[in-house]
Design a protein around this ligand. Structure first.
Ligand code: ADP
Length: 508
């Protein structure tokens, strides 16, 4: 029972673990897929921004005149009209786009091509505007609402050195064509992406680079906004999955509990049935013992009367007395069967093993039963095909009883023909066989599977023999098994005869 309980308990916890597993796996998949989706969205938006940035930079670069830039060499050149033309062009391009933070031009210095200098800037129409001098105004270059003259709002003049450029490879690479910075650049003023476009002279020589810094903070917000409904939906899904998982786990637990309860009930019923079966066997045993003595007396007196021990009996009385003798004989056999069943079931059947020649004993049984066979119009033939002496180590009485039972059955269930009894052996397998082959009513395939069970009789048995109990084969098989053997039955089907084989271990 305990084994069953723990089995059911493990059945009940299994869905819970499975549920947990599904839940955790779902969570992992969801987190991973959200992450992939987020990254892809960011990549997509960055790509769009790069394209726009390149377009802005290239367009602005193409509207700058190389000869104007040529005139802007030193600080004082900001008073040159070329300065106003360049700065105003940059200014327009910058303020046409809301998210452009800086737009400026730089170039390699004349003396050292590894260094860069500023040429112009979109907000530096007056390079000293943020100095606070009289007649100046304030310019919020990076459009953050705060004026920081020495910070991001620093203004430029022609030829101002641009030392940081040394660390920006894109600034130099832009001489070979337009490009954008590989990574987003984040500093204390925010996240930007920079685009570079070369400015050409009439001979397609690159004279300077136009750079545009564009704000990228926004699209993190956009990405999050895009993903928010998706994440809410996913969370909803997780909640549903979790609910379902726990519902399944709960139901199966309850289900297993009810199975467990039914198993317990069955177990109780089974024990009750076993107890009843035992009581029945005891009753049968007592009743059979009580019946056996008077029956023996009836049978004994009947046969003494028939023998004339009490004087001559009239011809009229002979038949009823013969009936009494025959019926009491059948009843004695039935009672013996019942007693054997109760002995087998209570484990009280004793086996007294001795060595004896099975072929000889089988021949004796045949000789005893031949008159019965002949009375029924049947021939009974005995034959041996032995390679050994045919000796077995078994209980002699019970072995004879088995063979008698099988031959008696053949006589009962055969209306005409022959009964052949063959004793053969197989030395290699150390087995000896007694085949009882008849030409009787046969046994259907379905009945072959059941006739060895208690009280089982084949469908067509009653048509030939109404007096059977259905216990003979059960008892015979149990006895053969207890002696290390078995009994098998085969038949081609109804009315095609049967072969019953007793198999025992050969004592060599
Ligand atoms: P019963 O008292 O009915 O003969 P058994 O246990 O000896 O009980 O046999 C069980 C059943 O097996 C019989 O009722 C009969 O249907 C079938 N049976 C046994 N021996 C034969 C046989 N030689 N030929 C056909 N059927 C048989």
């Amino acid at each position: 029972m305990n084994i069953k309980k723990s089995f059911f308990a493990s059945q009940a916890t299994r869905p819970v673990w499975f549920g947990m597993f599904v839940f955790v796996a779902t969570l992992i998949i969801i987190v991973l897929s959200s992450r992939i989706l987020y990254n892809q969205t960011v990549d997509l938006l960055t790509e769009n921004l790069r394209q726009r940035l390149l377009t802005i930079s290239i367009t602005a670069a193409s509207s700058i005149s190389a000869s104007d830039l040529d005139q802007l060499r030193v600080e004082g050149d900001w008073r040159n009209p070329a300065w106003a033309r360049v700065v105003n062009t940059l200014n327009r391009a910058k303020y046409d786009n809301d998210d452009v933070v800086f737009m400026y031009i730089f170039r390699k210095t004349e003396n050292d091509a590894t260094q860069m200098e500023f040429v112009a800037d979109a907000d530096s129409i007056n390079p000293y505007a943020n100095s606070g001098e009289e007649g100046t105004w304030l310019v919020d270059v990076n459009r953050d609402g705060i004026i920081e003259p020495e910070g991001p709002d620093k203004l430029q003049w022609p030829g101002q050195p641009y030392p940081e450029a040394v660390d920006i490879p894109e600034a130099f690479n832009a001489y070979f064509g337009p490009l954008t910075s590989v990574e987003l650049y984040t500093d204390e003023y925010g996240t930007v992406l920079t685009g570079y476009a070369p400015i050409y002279d009439d001979e397609r020589n690159v004279v300077a680079i136009l750079a545009t810094d564009i704000k990228a903070d926004d699209f993190f917000t956009i990405t999050t906004q895009t993903l928010r409904p998706f994440i809410v939906f996913i969370l909803f899904l997780v909640a549903v999955i979790a609910l379902l998982t726990f519902a399944i786990a709960y139901t199966s637990r309850t289900y297993s509990k009810s199975i467990e309860e039914s198993a317990e009930k069955l177990e109780k019923a089974n024990l009750r049935l076993q107890a009843l079966d035992k009581q029945k066997s005891e009753f049968v045993s007592i009743a059979s013992h009580q019946l056996r003595s008077p029956l023996t007396a009836i049978r004994g007196y009947a046969s003494l009367m028939l023998e004339g021990s009490y004087g001559k009996i009239s011809a009229k009385a002979r038949q009823p007395i013969e009936r009494i003798e025959e019926s009491s004989k059948l009843m004695a056999i039935a009672i013996e069967d019942y007693l054997n069943v109760s002995r087998i079931e209570s484990g009280n059947m004793k086996y007294n093993l001795t060595d004896f020649n099975l072929a000889d004993k089988t021949e004796d049984v045949c000789d005893d039963l031949r008159s019965d066979a002949v009375k029924n119009g049947l021939a009974l033939i005995f034959r041996t095909e032995l390679n050994s002496r045919g000796v077995v180590n078994a209980d002699l009485g019970k072995t004879i009883q088995i063979i008698q039972n099988l031959i008696n059955n053949s006589i009962k269930y055969t209306e005409k023909g022959t009964i052949k009894v063959l004793v053969r052996d197989d030395i290699k397998r150390k087995r000896i066989y007694v085949d009882i082959i008849d030409t009787g009513i046969g046994i259907s395939k379905t009945d072959q599977a059941t006739i060895f069970q208690k009280f089982e009789r084949a469908e067509n048995a009653n048509s030939v023999n109404v007096n059977g109990t259905g216990l003979g084969l059960y008892v015979a098989l149990k006895m053969a098994e207890a002696m290390g053997g078995k009994i098998t039955a085969s038949s081609e089907g109804k009315n095609k005869g049967s072969v019953f084989t007793l198999e025992l271990p050969l004592a060599l």
